[in-house]
Design a protein around this ligand. Structure first.
Ligand code: ABU
Length: 500
């Protein structure tokens, strides 16, 4: 019973060790229970409540902050409730996002990281973690087939941030004076990206003062890949208008369709017109670990920069995202401010390991330990098996849906990544001829099913419209806990929830 024990009684309080140990053991029990439930298919993926219910407080769970300390008994209740009302993203039937799963070694890595509670800016205070980062970046560069002497990088807070850094590095490489003079002194720079690429390229252009109007979307073919001829035509047109084509973002694994752009063709165009080639492989990068699937990213070795998120299909707990730059020293020169209170040059060790000035941040979370620990525990071959399994599940779902007339696939051909996009066609629409009215009714099906699945908590899958396609489901596999039985369940559950 912790009802008369308070935070002040825990370490560093005198004689606080016993209470601290008892309290942590209780917390561990709560976490272990949650982990058990996460993998239990009879347990719900979520216990849905609306925002206003959280704000009002429910069943003794209030989010209001008190003026006086509450007992550790209440703190334990709060911990239990926080997990109870959250979403079990490691559940084998959570398919909502590109990042899912609950890797026990990764989790241990995250616990240890929080316990160490340090900052990545200097070797001085993170000696082990800064070197681990270096080791991981080198290993990832080797997987990219870049020479280690020419590669660099840093772990950042997500793929959008990594994409932003790629634009920043590209601009600095072309116009280093922009660092001191700002954009006003320079010609209008334009960027190119797939019309189906991630919206973070637009955000990057906005943040860096280039402007979203200067991001030129490039048309894709029917499978969602950039049409290289369209890219080259857009570059030539931009030059004729007097703009400076700076950068192309190619995508390896688009967010919705999972498409891979033709990287070698894009590299040829970038070389010909002297543009920086970035590959957003946040989602697709993991496939490089698979001998069977890595051919889909052929040409990535020619990129100037790559975004790769191990927190997606590699299953590393959030967050873990890297920007890799194919030029040593560029990031440091681009972002360095040399604050003397932090980056003193006369320290006792090799200060090139004070990597914090490669970023536009000051403080930086340790994202590398869990990834390093998982790589040790699985080996490269473990990641390969995990990723191959996810792709096999996507093919299994695709082949099952292809044989049914109550589902329609967005793409009939075999999935390249684990994205499988489809419509569920309820009985009332099955006999209805193609028409605007049918499309309008079909558009409402996925959101209705999604609302029912959230209320029931039996699974979670995302949906969206895309271009001329009305709302459809996007299934993605990235959770090692998911099996074929979960795919069978998904189909039957969508039929059940989709009843007219
Ligand atoms: N960074 C894109 C993640 C989107 C998703 O999980 O669906």
């Amino acid at each position: 019973d912790f009802s008369s024990i308070f935070a002040k009684d825990l370490l560093p309080a005198n004689n606080g060790e016993e209470q601290t140990m008892r309290f942590l053991m209780e917390v561990f029990e709560i976490l272990l229970n949650y982990i058990r439930k996460t993998f239990d298919r009879t347990s719900k993926v979520l216990d849905f409540h609306h925002p206003h219910q959280f704000l009002k407080g429910m069943e003794g769970f209030t989010l209001e902050l008190p003026d006086q300390p509450e007992s550790l008994e209440q703190i334990l209740v709060d911990c239990r409730d926080t997990l109870k009302y959250g979403v079990k993203t490691g559940h084998p039937r959570f398919f909502n996002q590109l990042s899912s799963g609950l890797d026990v070694i990764g989790l241990v890595g995250e616990w240890l990281t929080s316990t160490a509670n340090t900052n990545m800016f200097t070797f001085e205070i993170a000696p082990v973690f800064t070197i681990m980062e270096e080791v991981l970046l080198k290993k990832m560069s080797t997987v990219l087939r870049w020479s280690q002497d020419e590669s660099d990088g840093i772990f950042l807070a997500g793929g959008a941030m990594s994409n932003l850094y790629s634009i920043l590095a590209a601009r600095y490489k072309r116009f280093p004076e922009v660092k001191t003079q700002g954009v006003a002194s320079f010609p209008r720079m334009v960027l190119f990206t797939s019309e189906l690429g991630h919206y973070s390229i637009m955000k990057g252009a906005m943040v860096l003062g280039l402007g979203t109007d200067n991001v030129i979307p490039v048309k894709c073919n029917s499978r969602g890949k950039i049409i290289s001829a369209e890219l080259e035509a857009s570059i030539i047109e931009a030059k004729q208008k007097g703009f400076v084509p700076l950068y192309v973002n190619a995508t390896a694994g688009t967010t919705v369709y999972g498409a891979f752009d033709p990287l070698n063709d894009i590299a040829d165009i970038c070389e010909k017109h002297n543009l920086w080639m970035h590959v957003d492989a946040a989602w697709g990068g993991g496939l490089l670990m698979s001998q069977k699937h890595r051919y889909k990213l052929t040409g990535i070795e020619r990129a100037n920069s790559v975004t790769w998120n191990p927190h997606k299909i590699m299953g590393v707990p959030l967050q873990c995202s890297a920007i890799l730059i194919h030029e040593k020293g560029l990031l440091q020169n681009c972002n360095k401010m040399g604050a003397q209170y932090l980056f003193q040059k006369d320290k006792l060790y090799d200060v090139s390991y004070d990597t914090g000035d490669k970023t536009i941040l000051c403080g930086r979370h340790v994202d590398v330990f869990k990834f390093w620990l998982m790589w040790k525990a699985k080996g490269t071959s473990g990641f390969e098996k995990q990723i191959n399994k996810c792709l096999e599940l996507a093919e299994y779902l695709h082949s099952k849906l292809k044989r049914r007339n109550d589902f329609k696939l967005v793409f009939d051909d075999k999935p390249e990544h684990t994205n499988v996009c489809f419509w569920y066609i309820p009985p009332s629409l099955q006999e209805m001829p193609e028409s605007a009215e049918r499309d309008s009714q079909l558009h409402q099906v996925a959101p209705k099913i999604k609302a029912r699945m959230m209320e029931e908590g039996s699974l979670m899958v995302g949906y969206q419209p895309q271009g001329h396609n009305v709302n459809f489901f996007r299934m993605v596999f990235s959770n090692p806990a998911t099996n074929k039985s979960d795919v069978d369940f998904l189909i039957e559950e969508l039929v059940r929830l989709g009843k007219d």
